[in-house]
Every structure is written in structure tokens, then in C-alpha cells.
Design a protein around this ligand. Sequence first.
Ligand code: F6R
Length: 372
Amino acid sequence: MFAASDVSALVRYTRQVVHLEDGELAVLTADGFHTFASGGRETAKEPLTVDWDAGHYDTGGYEHYLLKEISEQPESIARTLRGRLDERFHIAHLGGLNMDARETRSFRRVKIIGCGSAYYSGQIGAQLIEELARIPADAEPASEYRYRNPVIDPDTLYVAISQSGETYDTLAAVQEIKRKGGRVIGIVNAVGSAIAREVDGGIYLHAGPEVSVASTKAFTSTAIAFALLALHFGRVHDLSPSDGRRIVEGLRKLPDQIEQILKQGERIAELAKKYADHPSMMFVGRVRGYPVAREGAQKLKEISYVHAEAYPASELKHGPLALIGPDMPTVAIVPDDELLDKNLTTLGEIRARGGRVLMVGHRQPTPSWPTT
Ligand code: F6R
């Protein structure tokens, strides 16, 4: 019998875990346990089996957990997708939402909350939901939301995102929404965590534990979970079967595509060395590229202790372009989408000021691709 604040401390010894609610007490003996509500009444609790084991908690030959978890993304994404894509009706199976089609159709808005990287992945999610399901959606930091006495709307579906499932700001926001009668679902990685227990249903990421302090594989798995959610909402609204098929096929290809990106590790490390001495970096992206840029700037700050700022590419010319010059390189998120020309114009503006550009884009360069 062990007591710990996190399952990661326990899985070396056991995978059978009992979670305590707020105010609950436990008495542990060598061969058993008893739990009590705060008034002293004994409560009956069944242990839950966690699906993480001790193998998840060593670096597996990698230099450190961050590198291990970046490298795990093809498998973690495949696990998030497993059993959830339907080739026949081009839909997503998300039984954990506990919602039938009629109920799914009844929401008029989606509000997403989370902190830090979870919030940025929520911004991606809001865009996907609006684009595929045409339901108005937006994301807000849970750390702000919980303090501003928000209006809880019965026609809104609230979505809480958390890798750990234990972030107190997010938990407090969920409790506030529930107290006011709102319906909350969770996108959570840690099975049985506080947020997972609090919500009315949701999607588990199954990304495996994230030991590194910086979120990596949970961020990508959350974006994938949102693509599934947007597909699910879209197909009970107006997303056609052929558009559904396109999304399903695209999602299936992702683990292999990420594998290809990881193979460029050495080349990316060379680029990083080239830029490592700059005291500051700008990250830009347009529309769906913007939350990716925000996450990139966050990672640089957190891991390299280098100042970084993220801006929507379209906002650059409205002020921050003044900072661009040879000492301020820019990382630009430039997917090969309908915004390509707009993005290339922004890159031209950066280069005209002597700014160097590191571009994250698709493999096939267009003829007008800049060459920095
Ligand atoms: C950034 C990072 C944090 C977390 C945030 C929320 O790399 O790890 O910004 O994303 O603290 O944590 P979870 O998702 O556990 O609620």
C-alpha cells in the first residue's frame, strides 16, 4: 500500500490505483485500505487499473525525456487515433463523449479552456470545429476564465483540455462551469485524473505519460483529438461524406508523416546551432498557423531560456515589424494552403528589413519560395 500525489510514483510497484476526492481520507495498512468522507462515513472505492507502466518512466536510451517524447509522436498519435476512425461512414467514434447525435446537434457554441500549451492546442481545436462543423468556437486560458465570473450558457458545450488532468486552474474552471449547470467534456491524457473525474465525458489521448516538463506529444495528440471532435461534430451537421473521407484519410497518414519529419532531426539540429546565439526570436503564423507559432515561441522560452514572441503574420505590419532586423530571426509557419501567397508576402516584408527567416512548411517548395 502506498500513498502518492501522482500515479507516476506508483507504477513501479502497482498499477491498481484509488483516487481520493477533495476532503476524503484514507487509512492504509499493510494489507488493505479504508476510505472515509470528510464527515467520517466510510466510502466504498474500487481500485482503477492505470494503463501506464514503469517502462514509460525511463528514458529508453534517449538522452532525456524531452527527446524521447518528441520521438514517440508517431506512436502516440497512432494511439490517439486507434479505433476512432470509421472508413464506412467517414466519421469518428468517440463513445466517451456520452452524447447521442441529437444532443450533439443541440449545442450552438463551443468554448474551450486550458492552460499554456493546452490552451494553444485549444485554439487549433476552435478553428477546426468552426471550419469543419461550422459551430462558433473559441478558446480561452482557463487561468483567466476562472477569475472573471463567466456567463455559463446552456447552449454551449465546454471543453477542458489537460495533459496531466491535475492543473488546478483548469480544474477550478471546470468546477465553476459545472456549478452553474454547464455541460463540460474533457480532452485529457491521464486516465482517472481529477479533471477526467470531474467532466461529463470526453476523449482520452492515450499518448502515454509526459514526464518532461515541456508538453510535446500531448500537444500533438490534443490537436488530433480536436480533429476527431471536429469531424464528429461536422458529420452530424453539414460536413459531406466526401469531405469526411478526406479528413479520415489525412488523419491516417499523420503518424508516417511525422516519422518523416523526425528523420530530419540532424538537419534541424544544425539549423538550431546556427540560430542559437540570437537573444530573441519572432514566431509568426496565419490563422491555423498562429497557435502553432505561439506554441513554438513557448517551447523556445521554456527549453532554451531565449526570449521569443509569437504574432499573427497579418499583425506584423501593424507594429512589431519595427523589431525585425538581422538580430531578430523569424520562424514562419507556412503551410501549403490557400494562405500561401499572403504568407509569402509577409516573408518578403521581413526580408526587406534584413530579417532572416526559418520556415516550417510543406516539402514541395513553390517557385517563389524564399531561400534564407
Ligand atoms: C508547456 C507546458 C505547460 C502546460 C500547462 C497545462 O510546455 O507544459 O504550458 O501545457 O501547464 O498543463 P496540463 O496540460 O497538464 O493541464
